[in-house]
Design a protein around this ligand. Structure first.
Ligand code: TA6
Length: 302
């Protein structure tokens, strides 16, 4: 840990630490993270990218998948966890030189507040405001706030406030990597009979009548759904409910794509699936000057 990292953690603990519940430490690569340990669960949240990298209910297993070869250099997005994709999901709509999935997941956020509630939950709020760097990528004034609440559930909510004098388009995804016991065993329900854009088959519009199983690379953008998704394996079922979103992404890179991703082990695809609460495709929101849009999700064990 460098002196500045330690100082940063010390100052943050002075101002925002919660005894026996929330402390700041220098995590991987010296990046500052909040460690939350309460009577319901434990969790890690990096300030870089406002990135949740771990959530484990007490007496349970990790819910979130984190690549063992993730890079923590404060520049590259952390592979796994919950990358915050904003102000666009996927490639930039018009400019290929722009970073995939926007600027939020590779920005350094700051602590707004921390709170311990009577029922033993812990909340961490992080903020990111527009600045000279973000203006290059996204020429609007904005304020972002991410509220992470750790109880026996994992709740996150991204608030996007337009502090500019004109409206802007806001695409987003809470790009959540879920830990699963075996990709060959997983079934995702709640998306039956919902149209999706198939990104691995010429962007064709398709739909399924039954639960989704993974037998090859899947990269689907479900449109016009506010529904809860259930991620089922023999080991457990996860429930992902969402707000402020009418599009859901389902992704598994499978063998070849996983091998091409430098910060993912070749076999990484076998123990993860992404279910992403989004504002993508036809669900990109226009936020008027002065308005706020909120997109959130709550993940729980069934
Ligand atoms: O959400 C699925 C997706 O858009 C895939 O197409 C794949 O690119 C994935 O995101 C990961 O993107 P990243 O930029 O983090 O490598």
């Amino acid at each position: 840990m460098s002196n500045s990292d330690q100082m940063n953690a010390d100052v943050l603990n002075e101002e925002h630490g919660i005894e026996n519940q929330l402390r700041f430490v220098a995590g991987n690569g010296g990046l500052t993270k909040a460690v939350i340990e309460n009577r319901h669960a434990t969790a890690d949240i990096y300030l870089f990218g406002a990135h949740v990298t771990r959530f484990r209910p007490i007496n349970g297993d990790d819910v979130i998948w984190l690549s063992p070869t993730a890079v923590f250099d404060g520049v590259k997005a952390i592979r796994g966890g919950i990358p915050i994709c904003w102000p666009w999901f996927g490639p930039h709509p018009t400019d290929d030189s722009m970073p995939a999935h926007g600027l939020a997941r590779t920005s350094h956020w700051h602590v707004l507040s921390t709170n311990a509630t009577a029922d033993g939950a812990t909340t961490l709020s992080l903020g990111l405001e527009s600045n000279a760097h973000t203006q290059i990528l996204f020429p609007f004034q904005f304020q972002l706030r991410l509220d992470v609440t750790i109880s026996k559930k994992l709740s996150i909510e991204l608030s996007i406030t337009n502090t500019d004098s004109q409206p802007f388009d806001s695409g987003a995804a809470l790009h959540t990597y879920y830990q699963i016991s075996d990709v060959k065993d997983v079934q995702c329900s709640g998306l039956e009979n919902v149209d999706y854009i198939d990104k691995v088959d010429g962007m064709k519009i398709k739909s399924d009548q039954g639960p989704v199983r993974i037998t090859a690379e899947e990269d689907r953008v479900y449109v016009n759904t506010a529904d809860t998704v259930m991620i089922k394996t023999a080991a457990r079922t996860l429930r992902v409910a969402k707000e402020g979103s009418r599009s859901t992404i389902l992704w598994n890179p499978w063998i070849d794509k996983a091998r091409s991703i430098s910060d993912m082990p070749n076999d990484g695809y076998q123990t993860m699936i992404c279910i992403e609460t989004a504002n993508a495709a036809s669900d990109v929101r226009q936020i008027a000057a002065g308005d706020t849009h909120r997109i959130g999700q709550t993940t729980s064990l069934v």
